[in-house]
Ligand binder design. Sequence first.
Ligand code: ANZ
Length: 957
Amino acid sequence: MSETNPAAAEVAAPHRYTAAVAAEIEARWQDFWEADGTYAAPNPKGDLAGDPGLVAKPKKFIMDMFPYPSGAGLHVGHPLGYIATDVFARFQRMTGHNVLHTLGFDAFGLPAEQHAVQTGEHPRVTTEAAINNMKSQLRRLGLGHDKRRSFATIDPDYYKWTQWIFVQIFNSWYDDVAKKARPISELVARFESGERAVPGGRSWDALSAAERADVLGEYRLAYASDAPVNWCPGLGTVLANEEVTADGRSERGNFPVFKAKLRQWNMRITAYADRLLDDLNELDWPEAIKLQQRNWIGRSEGARVDFPIDGEAITVFTTRQDTLFGATYMVLAPEHPLVEKFTPAAWPEGTHDVWTGGHATPAEAVAAYRAQAASKSDVERQAEAKDKTGVFTGAFATNPVNGEQIPVFIADYVLMGYGTGAIMAVPAHDTRDFAFARAFELPVRCVVEPSDDRGTDASTWDDAFVSYDAKIVNSHGEDVSLDGLGVTDAKARITEWLARKGIGEGTVNFRLRDWLFSRQRYWGEPFPIVYDEDGIAHSLPESMLPLELPEVEDYSPRTFDPDDADTSPETPLSRNQDWVDVTLDLGDGRGPRPYRRETNTMPNWAGSCWYELRYLDPHNSEKLVDPEIEQYWMGPRAGQPHGGVDLYVGGAEHAVLHLLYARFWSKVLYDLGHISSPEPFHKLYNQGMIQAFVYRDSRGFPVPAAEIEERDGAFFHNGEQVKRELGKMGKSLKNAVTPEAICEEYGADTLRLYEMAMGPLDVSRPWDTRAVVGQYRLLQRLWRNVVDEATGEVTVADAEPDETTLRALHKAIDGVRQDLEGLRFNTAIAKVTELNNHLTKTGAAVPRPVAESLVLLIAPLAPHIAEELWRKLGHTDSVVHQDFPVADPRYVVDETVTCVVQVKGKVKARLEVSPAISDDELEKVALADEKVVAALDGAGIRKVIVRAPKLVNIVPA
Ligand code: ANZ
């Protein structure tokens, strides 16, 4: 056909929809939409340039996880989510909503900085170039963004407010009684008046400024503290856990990484653990993501129990206080601060050889084991399958329920950062304790009755018996017995007993840790913090924000001897003395004074913690966000008790970090009265990934996918057969396909349709360039149903559609509406295709009302061709703001009747047909039926008697 020969097609059909036509149409409408401000979303008060003024419409705030502008640009895998939200946003616009949809850039971060270190080029230069490149790539896709609302997190106008929020967090504390953040000044007032006792027992007046600062530091929601971090002298920076390899070296450069205590900023996210957990229930998020957040927050109910030792106590956290009688030894994390204190000078008489690790003294054993543990990551230390290692400290503690002396070990399977960093070990009922007890020949005592036939003599067991639904045995002391109780009752009884004795209490423990918030980097937001001569931290007043990033000579971190753990990072900002040492009047009544600036920068998560708010009121220089505007777009409403964005689409990899941090900041801002929505994102949706075929040669190296030839199901590169597999799309696997390439060959509308048609949005799918043409053909047939390819004239008929077409149309409308609302874009496209094919098949000119509805149906998916056809159909205003068609229920219900087809008086087929079918049409359908054709077996037809819709009788010749 001429379709396969474009040159011939152009001669025969000069007005056919081709890639060249698509390119012209698309560029023209993109320019028009931009000039016209078609996608501008009005605010309740019109203070954005070009605001069309708010009409009383319900709102929809639709967001993508904004991109990091990488220098490599986009491949076709990247815009999957952006196209999806664009289709959804367009559909919402056409169903009566005021839609806010835009896209900014998350532009601080490591890659640009690495590039700067290597080339000396300012990261702002490369970042801005990458943003511009990405913008033009995205524009080509016809995304309906309100560009007035776009920004990058590196814009000083934006990060002014990131810094301002930091100041709010720094200047507040969490009131456990009211369960909310409050200004720190209220806490100071309570200390001053004596309404609240000052920790340490002294009066507020009696404290020095530095002492007061220390006290407040224990309360502030942003605070500096000495935290153990991954310090890599060879790279000159601290690293995130994810950047450290399993053998304790840096992923980049393979340098040793040490656990070092460095003074760092933290965010007290743990204060919000309960609320972060509880409010998840109201959110419309994928269950898998909610579960990941719940696990990350990790709420455990249990008890703290004191084990006496040398007149003091080691406190453990346990979730199984019901098994206290089975505790036969204790384990402290190697870093536990009490280890030295209780370690005796020599091994006690009769110490088991396997306990000492072959060391002459406990101190030696402890030191050697600590060094070994420090080189391991927490994940490695906790691995179930790993051999249990540890060493005896030489000390014994007392089990408080039975007075037994039990040995105290250190072992790396106990982490300092969880619970109290100390455990009571119950080897009979805990898998890890069991393995450890067997390795160290420690007693194993059964206190939970096994439900299998292993018996209660635990010395013969092969593994631990772990159950929450069993009876407690062997558990009675002088004044307490748990024997015969179930786990829950035993927990309650022992907790009550511990509390009465003053040696324990029921408690809730969270896995969540405070958020380490400083980085020794250049390319991030400077902290709005200065230190006075006493080293006290002060926040900058709003009038001094933004605190802009100073220029520096050298972006590189200072590196050290890779093996020298006793070094500490030197931040790039600290090299600029003029910037660091300043005299400022902070407006606090103390007048101008010398200060030293904080020289760390914020982590690259900071900018994405509140960006949804900036979209609302992007140019506000007076306020974070205007309250009326914030309430309109984000405020709580029916079905959304916590308010928030109506749809947020992004990858599932952001399950915890970004989504948890952003929720935390929202809650603080909400508590302090700056916003009305305690949750940022009401509905979350994770799109799948676009995968791609990778072709590997005989050595296993990827070869360019674009150069592959396929012959009889085998794949060749330069004549050599290669193997095909599925992988990620990208440069490194030589299989990236750019959106430009597809746009050039088919147009942006085809690309959009193809990406949406590939499968359900939340499922990963392999890219197949050869399949793209299918959607191109759909658009060509659509075009042909409206435009004469020879003349370019509109061909639609000013006629009423027949019953069959009405049914096809309204069924499509009904289905497409539901599919678009439910983000089922692939099935929506299938329904549009079906309708379009039906119209093609009728062969007649398409009735105008049907053609118009068809164009409106496809408008969210393929906006350029829809806009063009809409105008060709004689409309003067944009298709973007038309009403989406509404199905007439009369034509949607599937009314069919069964028609019996007889040949020579015998029933040969039953057909399901519309009750409105005409005699002629029914005859055609009957004669085309397979079974009827078979029954006739080539014989001619003498006569056909038709009684539509129920009977067809055929008399063969
Ligand atoms: C005694 C016991 C007996 C325990 C038993 C379990 C089973 P979740 O549920 O995750 O909160 N644990 C406490 N602190 C720890 C630390 N810093 N490092 C490693 N393990 C620690 O886990 C709580 C349980 O994990 C606690 O309850 C404690 O062991 C251990 F049959 O205490 B259990």
